[in-house]
Design a binder for this molecule. Structure first.
Ligand SMILES: Nc1ncnc2c1ncn2[C@@H]1O[C@H](COP(=O)(O)OP(=O)(O)OP(=O)(O)O)[C@@H](O)[C@H]1O
Length: 262
């Protein structure tokens, strides 16, 4: 599956992980080969427990693979990097800081301070995400969807080349979730990033992605890497198209039926 492209921003070669070091312990993730190109949006779907988060944590440098190698810009990932932003399932905003100060928090945490240029960037990002009027509010004054948008803006503050998102919308209700998917596409268009997006939602993966890695049940390995040939920009019309239905059916077939490629 690897294309050995020099343009790969993220490269996984033979990546696998076994949490338990005993020789006969089961692998959580096995034999993942994937190159993600500049500004590509790649989603990972697969049954619960197949190792999606494990894979993301290895790309994030939060977990070192027991097998194979993850590299970013041709350098093996051995620890978290500043050019990689992460968005988790919960925004985990600090409740005692305003929205703007939450967005600036990574700088405060890393360098102990931030300057007016940083505040300007935070304001610009908040505006881009439609959050300007909430910049001085406290997190608990915002809806769950808005809090997640703040989490995305915070991850973009240091202008990372790569954005890793681990089920970022799974705590949201269905309507908010669909809307924030479109919001994310809008943000991604304005601030192009290379995205690795973990989701349980097949429709979300098809709506957002350029390619979708479909994983098997544990030990999670590659069942298919699907090119999403739907035109952009995507909208609710995309969801109603026959090609959208074909792609979601194809993935459903992998996930809900025996693990054999179609
Ligand atoms: N820290 C850990 N120690 C031991 N086993 C772990 C650890 N983290 C995850 N696992 C196991 O590794 C496998 C993959 O887990 P992981 O959370 O990566 O899957 P997932 O596909 O993200 O799951 P879900 O879709 O339910 O969030 C599971 O069997 C899980 O129990």
């Amino acid at each position: 599956m690897s294309q050995d492209s020099p343009m790969a921003f993220v490269s996984m070669k033979g990546v696998g992980h076994k949490y338990d070091p005993l020789p006969d312990a089961p692998m959580a993730v096995q034999d993942i080969d994937l190159d993600i190109k500049k500004h590509e949006f790649v989603s990972v779907v697969g049954p619960s427990g197949c190792g999606k988060s494990t894979l993301l944590r290895m790309v994030a440098g939060l977990l070192i693979p027991s097998h194979g190698e993850v590299s970013i810009f041709n350098h093996p990932v051995t620890e978290p990097r500043d050019d990689v932003g992460i968005v988790f399932q919960k925004a985990n905003l600090l409740p005692w800081l305003t929205v703007r100060k939450n967005v600036l928090f990574p700088l405060k945490h890393k360098y102990g301070r931030y300057g007016t240029a940083d505040e300007k960037r935070a304001n610009e990002l908040l505006e881009m995400a439609g959050l300007t009027q909430f910049a001085d509010k406290m997190p608990d004054e915002l809806s769950g969807g808005m809090q997640q948008r703040v989490g995305i803006v915070r991850a973009l503050l240091l202008n990372p080349d790569i954005l890793l998102m681990d089920e970022p919308f799974s705590a949201l209700d269905a309507l908010t979730r669909e809307q924030i998917g479109f919001d994310l596409l809008d943000i991604w268009k304005k601030q192009p990033k290379t995205v690795l997006f973990i989701t349980h939602s097949i429709t979300e993966a098809v709506l957002l992605s350029d390619r979708i890695l479909v994983m098997s049940k544990r030990p999670g390995t590659v069942l298919d890497l699907i090119e999403v040939d739907l035109p952009r920009p995507r909208s609710s019309n995309t969801i109603n198209s026959s090609r959208f239905a074909e792609l979601t059916d194809l993935i459903r077939g992998y996930i809900y039926e025996p693990n054999t490629p179609a």
